[in-house]
Design a protein around this ligand. Structure first.
Ligand SMILES: Nc1ncnc2c1ncn2[C@@H]1O[C@H](COP(=O)(O)OP(=O)(O)O)[C@@H](O)[C@H]1O
Ligand SMILES: [Mg+2]
Length: 390
C-alpha cells in the first residue's frame, strides 16, 4: 500500500444556511488529524445567494439551475484563490459544494430508486480557475450504495474523538470506564449529532432543525439574517403550548438513520406552523430557539441513551454562538452531561466541517473508505468522492 504523507488541502463548504462559503487551508496528517492553517468565510455575491434561495424554494428554471452550477463553481474557486494568493497552491482541493436538493427517502418508481442528492459548484470550473486537482461530490456514492449520503462528518468525528479518556494522566482501565462517551452536536441550518463511544459503533443522524426556522423568522419579522448571539430569543418568552405542538412533528419520531433538509423544513412548512404561533415575534423566535434545543434533547432520550450514556456533548456550527440556544440546551439536557465546544478540543467551531471535508478528500486521494454505514445506512464502507484533474 502507498505510504501516506501529510497533504495540504483547501476544503470548501457551504451548508444549508448558505451563510457563506467556508474555505480552509488544512494540513491533513497520515494519522487523520487535521490542522487548520487559515480559514475564511467568503460571502456569496448577493445575486447568487438569492438564486440559491430560489432553488431552495423550487422557484428556478432548469436553465437557471444549469447556470447556477457553474456560477457557484466560480464563487468556490474565488474563495480558494484568496487562500492560494496568500499561501500558494495546496496539494489538492476538496469541495463539498452547495446542496440544493436532498432526497434521502427509500422511494421507488418501476423499481428505480428515487433516493438522490444534488450538490452544485462545478468541480471543473474550480479546477480550471485554481489550477488544482479537485475532489468533490462525496454524497452520491453513499446513496448509490443504499445510504442517505449524509451525515458524512461523523467519519471525522470518529477519527478525532474516539478513544479520548477522562483523566489524561491515567491510561484507560480494562473495563473502558475511563473513555468519554461523546455526542458531537453540530447546529447549522440543520442539527446533526454523532455518537462516539467505545461501547458501540459510531452512529449519527439529523436531530431536526438547527437555525433554518430561526433565520427565516428573524428575517421575516426583524429584517436581519440571523438572531445574533440569541438576543431576540432572550427578549421573548417560550410559548409552551406552541412548542408542544411543534414537537409533535413526525420527523422527530423516526428511527435513525435519518437525515433532513430544507426540502422538509421549507418556507411552506414554516408559514404553516406560523398560523398557530404566538402573536409577539419575539416569542416566536424564543420558541423556535427552544424547539431546536428541545428536539436535540429529545433525540438523545429516544435514540441515544437506550444504547449509550453520554458524558460530554461537544457543540459546533453557527448555533454554538447563539447564547440563548445554549442556555436552553443546558436546561434540557441531563445535568450529568458536560457541555463543551469544539474549541475545547482544538477544533475550530467555525471551520469544523471544512476540516472534516479536508479529511474526506484526503481519504479519497489515498483510496481509503470514508463513509460510515452506521451513520448513513449504506450497505458497505466505500471510497466517496470524484476526482477532477486541473
Ligand atoms: N453569533 C451568532 N449568533 C447567533 N447565531 C449565529 C451566530 N453566528 C452564526 N449563527 C447561526 O449559524 C448559522 C450558520 O451556521 P453554520 O454552522 O454555518 O450552518 P450551515 O452549515 O448550515 O451553513 C447562521 O445562519 C446563524 O443562524
Ligand atoms: Mg455555513
Amino acid at each position: 500500500m502507498e505510504e501516506k504523507e501529510s497533504k495540504k488541502v483547501i476544503a470548501l463548504m457551504s451548508g444549508t444556511s448558505c451563510d457563506s462559503i467556508d474555505a480552509g487551508l488544512c494540513e491533513v496528517m497520515p494519522d487523520m488529524s487535521v490542522k487548520l492553517i487559515q480559514g475564511i468565510n467568503h460571502p456569496y455575491p448577493e445575486h447568487i445567494r438569492a438564486k440559491i434561495f430560489s432553488a431552495f424554494r423550487d422557484d428556478i428554471s432548469l436553465k437557471e439551475l444549469c447556470q447556477l452550477n457553474f456560477a457557484v463553481g466560480k464563487c468556490f474557486a474565488d474563495a480558494a484563490n484568496i487562500l492560494i494568493g496568500e499561501f500558494g497552491k495546496p496539494d489538492f482541493i476538496s469541495s463539498h459544494g452547495q446542496t440544493v436538493y436532498h432526497y434521502p427517502f427509500d422511494e421507488k418508481l418501476d423499481n428505480i430508486s428515487l433516493k438522490s442528492t444534488l450538490q452544485i459548484g462545478e468541480s471543473s470550473v474550480i479546477a480550471k480557475e485554481t489550477g488544482c486537482m479537485v475532489i468533490s461530490n462525496f454524497r452520491e456514492k453513499d446513496i448509490a450504495y443504499g445510504g442517505q449520503g449524509a451525515p458524512l462528518v461523523c467519519f471525522a468525528d470518529e477519527k478525532w474523538f474516539r478513544g479520548k479518556y477522562k483523566n489524561q494522566n491515567s491510561y484507560p482501565d480494562e473495563s473502558n470506564n475511563n473513555f468519554i462517551n461523546f455526542a458531537i452536536q453540530n447546529i447549522g441550518g440543520i442539527s446533526n449529532v454523532t455518537v462516539v463511544s467505545k461501547d458501540c459503533d459510531t452512529f449519527g443522524f439529523d436531530t431536526g432543525c438547527g437555525n433554518i426556522m430561526i433565520d427565516y423568522c428573524v428575517q421575516k419579522f426583524f429584517g436581519q439574517k440571523y438572531d445574533k448571539d440569541g438576543e431576540i430569543a432572550a427578549s421573548g418568552k417560550i410559548c409552551e403550548s406552541w412548542l408542544d405542538c411543534l414537537l409533535q412533528d413526525e420527523y422527530y419520531y423516526i428511527e435513525p438513520p435519518k437525515t433532513t433538509g430544507r426540502e422538509y423544513f421549507s418556507p411552506k412548512y414554516i408559514e404553516n406552523i406560523l398560523k398557530t404561533s404566538p402573536s409577539d415575534p419575539k416569542d416566536i423566535i424564543a420558541t423556535l430557539t427552544a424547539l431546536t434545543a428541545k428536539t436535540i434533547a429529545q433525540a438523545y432520550d429516544r435514540f441515544i441513551y437506550p444504547s449509550v450514556s453520554i458524558d460530554t456533548a461537544v457543540i459546533g456550527g453557527g448555533g454554538a454562538y447563539n447564547k440563548t440556544l445554549m442556555k436552553y440546551l443546558r436546561q434540557y439536557l441531563p445535568k450529568r452531561i458536560e457541555l463543551k465546544t469544539h474549541e475545547d478540543y482544538g477544533i475550530s467551531n467555525n471551520f469544523k466541517e471544512v476540516m472534516a471535508f479536508a479529511l474526506l478528500g484526503y481519504c479519497t486521494f489515498y483510496g481509503i473508505s470514508n463513509n460510515l454505514p452506521c451513520c448513513t445506512g449504506a450497505d458497505k464502507r466505500t471510497v466517496l468522492g470524484k476526482i477532477t484533474t486541473a
